[in-house]
Design a binder for this molecule. Structure first.
Ligand SMILES: *[C@@H]1O[C@H](CO)[C@@H](O)[C@H](O)[C@H]1NC(C)=O
Ligand SMILES: *[C@@H]1O[C@H](CO)[C@@H](O)[C@H](O)[C@H]1NC(C)=O
Ligand SMILES: *[C@@H]1O[C@H](CO)[C@@H](O)[C@H](O)[C@H]1NC(C)=O
Ligand SMILES: *[C@@H]1O[C@H](CO)[C@@H](O)[C@H](O)[C@H]1NC(C)=O
Ligand SMILES: *[C@@H]1O[C@H](CO)[C@@H](O)[C@H](O)[C@H]1NC(C)=O
Ligand SMILES: *[C@@H]1O[C@H](CO)[C@@H](O)[C@H](O)[C@H]1NC(C)=O
Length: 624
């Protein structure tokens, strides 16, 4: 599953680089992960925000909203219960430095993620002028159909069935790997979508998962946040012996007028652009980073995404050459071209000569194929800063005829579910909730499909020939990944759930405050040209260009959230760190000259597992 495994791969990489953990031994003696200690089912959904402590420093709530925003209440009283998570601001709402809530969507679609590093990045740092500094609540939520939000739907009876399916799918290989791969993928994906979309409709949610509905949900969250803010301020005042009459204007709830502060990455930029178009007067701050061409997305997508992918991959040789033999395992003393040659030799050779990896007392024998390496490379392109070093290590090992590291990574990815299962799973059996984590338990990849295919209405009757044609077009954009991406829309040709509220706008608006778009020089799935294209529709918006490779960045985010100021037109940021520069979690890069905020520096450069927050869906998961 090319799309849903980015965060997992990042996690796998973390323990690939650190001491290796044994996946199967975890299954034998599972320890409940932090995330299983909170039971969403214990919270009653409410129409106002009622928070409960959860996951350490976070607070959780279940917000009840209408299932069908287009229906009169009497006509359809069904509801959705949105699982919402908040990292509270470091100041109370009554403090003049309280900046309100920033709503986050890390992409996917289907990603849910509030990470502490987002708080660090958006809120003021230690050097801030205390008069003007702003501290934010960071709020994220599981969109409709996703994870802890209910109703959810399930396409597989339980996790073992799902893993079996994923294994079979993986065994067909990526489309370019053989003549039979594409026909197999075509039929398998369509069969999956056929039955899965019916499940989604049966569950009641299938026809209500379009991006428009989620945009409306965000407005509702922001309204309810305003209501909560006023109540919270009253509570603080009364508990400190003051009168509620002392409530300052800025904490008072403004019904129907609460303003949105939003930060979306990858698919989150489709959501943000949709929101900005539908509710331009609500936009106080909006950052769209790793920008999807939303026109393309709503047309069924994937036709304007790969223009910079191969250039992104080509930077590997450059960074490897600069990094030198001590930092890049694929270094070649004859220079950049030889590194590129070495890279290409390895991938070509793997196509003809897959590598057998012997079984051990904890794992079965495995085969490392060209498709495995291609998937790994696909992941690596999302975050070169963290991933190019492991990529070099993996490729050097393959060059020596071994595939142990990649096999281990693959296994960790495939079995990520297994590693996170609580003890009760063994006791209660595969159908139990314990074995199928999440309150409702929808599968991330299926949600990705449900949202994508709801938005991509026109793909429903696409033929195999048309997919092959798209493949040809995409191969012209990217020789490395064109064929892979072309298959990503196959499920939408058989997705039966049609949205009650399709998007019909023009993706243009004059927003109350201009939008900040952010793009990287070489992004594997959201080329910066899409940021410029999207920016033309939104008055006053600016594109900030970060001169780096990878998907998403956090350049300029804090400045914009703190002051609302946009960078000057044509501003380019040059990164302080580059891939394969020899620094990582163990060997930390010193703070760059002039930089004093260590926490911000770490949050941005040492994201590590936190990068998943900036790495939504496309490959996750993924447009992570
Ligand atoms: C939450 O639910 C679980 C079972 O689903 C139960 O064991 C636990 O006691 C509940 N916790 C609270 C605080 O109600
Ligand atoms: C919702 O509507 C149905 C029929 O339209 C009715 O039977 C049901 O009681 C209503 N539920 C609530 C919670 O109002
Ligand atoms: C790549 O393969 C070719 C043909 O086998 C060989 O001549 C060349 O030396 C290889 N280059 C590198 C850098 O490995
Ligand atoms: C597998 O073998 C290694 C050493 O070869 C040993 O340390 C480990 O405990 C064994 N694991 C199991 C589950 O038997
Ligand atoms: C798809 O094809 C069916 C059957 O030919 C037709 O009824 C339907 O309108 C088509 N849908 C779209 C979106 O073209
Ligand atoms: C958006 O585009 C449509 C179609 O091109 C146009 O009719 C409309 O006036 C535009 N709206 C704004 C706010 O620019």
């Amino acid at each position: 599953m090319f799309f849903d495994s980015i965060p997992a791969v990042l996690l796998a990489i973390t323990h690939l680089v650190q001491a290796s953990t044994n996946v199967l031994s975890n299954l034998q003696a599972p320890t409940p992960p932090a995330t299983s200690q909170f039971n969403w089912g214990n919270i009653t959904a409410t129409e106002s925000l009622v928070y409960h402590d959860c996951y350490g420093d976070f607070q959780c709530a279940r917000l009840q909203v209408p299932l069908d925003w287009t229906a009169e209440e009497a006509a359809d009283n069904r509801t959705v219960q949105i699982a919402l998570i908040k990292l509270p601001a470091s100041v109370p709402v009554t403090d003049s430095r309280y900046g309100g809530a920033v709503i986050l969507n890390p992409g996917g679609p289907g990603g849910s993620g509030v990470k502490t590093n987002t708080q660090t990045i958006a809120s003021a740092g230690p050097d801030a002028d205390e008069k003007t500094a702003k501290y934010f609540d960071i709020i994220s939520f599981d969109p409709r159909g996703v994870k802890h939000t209910t109703p959810s739907f399930r396409c597989f009876p339980h996790f073992l069935e799902r893993l079996t399916f994923e294994q079979e799918l993986a065994a067909y290989g990526l489309p370019g790997s053989s003549d039979t791969a594409l026909p197999n993928l075509w039929t398998t994906y369509r069969t999956l979508a056929d039955s899965c979309s019916k499940r989604a409709i049966e569950a009641g949610i299938g026809e209500h998962m379009s991006t428009t509905s989620v945009a409306r949900d965000i407005v509702e969250i922001v309204e309810r946040h305003g209501e909560w803010r006023e109540q919270e301020a009253s509570r603080l005042l009364t508990s400190s012996g003051n009168s509620e009459n002392d409530l300052l204007d800025h904490v008072k709830y403004q019904p129907g007028k609460e303003m949105v502060q939003y930060w979306g990455v990858s698919y989150g930029t489709v959501l943000g652009a949709t929101l900005a178009d539908l509710y331009p007067d609500r936009v106080k701050r909006t950052i769209l980073d790793g920008v999807v061409d939303s026109f393309d997305w709503y047309k069924g997508g994937w036709s304007t995404i790969l223009q910079d992918t191969d250039k992104n991959a080509a930077t590997f040789a450059e960074y490897c050459w600069k990094g030198g033999p001590e930092n890049c395992a694929l270094y070649h003393e004859d220079g950049l071209d030889s590194i590129a040659q070495r890279f290409s030799n390895i991938t070509k050779s793997l196509l003809q000569n897959p590598i057998g990896v012997p079984g051990t007392n904890v794992s079965s024998p495995d085969l490392i194929t060209h498709s495995d390496l291609q998937k790994f490379l696909g992941h690596a392109l999302y975050g070169p800063l963290y991933m190019f070093s492991p990529l070099a290590i993996v490729m050097a090992e393959i060059e020596h005829g071994k595939g142990n590291i990649l096999a281990k990574t693959k296994r960790a990815t495939d079995s990520r579910l297994l590693t996170t299962l609580p003890k009760e799973c063994q006791k209660d059996g595969p159908y139990s909730r314990a074995c199928n984590p999440g309150y409702g338990g929808s599968d991330e990849y299926m949600i990705h499909l449900a949202i994508m295919c709801s938005d991509a209405e026109s793909k429903i009757n696409t033929t195999k020939e048309q997919v092959e044609e798209l493949m040809g077009d995409l191969m012209e954009q990217s020789k490395m990944f064109g064929d892979v991406w072309a298959t990503s829309m196959i499920p939408c040709t058989q997705w039966h759930a049609r949205p009650k509220w399709p998007y019909t706008g023009h993706l243009n608006a004059t927003t109350a405050h201009p939008i900040l778009f952010i793009g990287n020089t070489f992004d594997p799935v959201t080329p910066i040209r899409n940021a410029y294209k999207m920016s033309t529709g939104f008055s006053g918006s600016v594109v900030l260009h970060q001169d780096t490779a990878g998907h998403g960045s956090s350049s300029g985010v804090r400045a914009y959230f703190q002051t609302g100021e946009l960078p000057k037109l044509d501003t380019t940021c040059h990164p302080d760190r580059v891939p394969l520069d020899g620094f990582d979690k163990e060997v930390e890069h010193p703070l760059p000259e002039g930089e004093t905020d260590k926490a911000l520096w770490k949050a941005i450069t040492l994201g590590g597992e936190d990068t998943s927050a900036r790495m939504p869906m496309f490959l996750k998961s993924h447009i992570d």
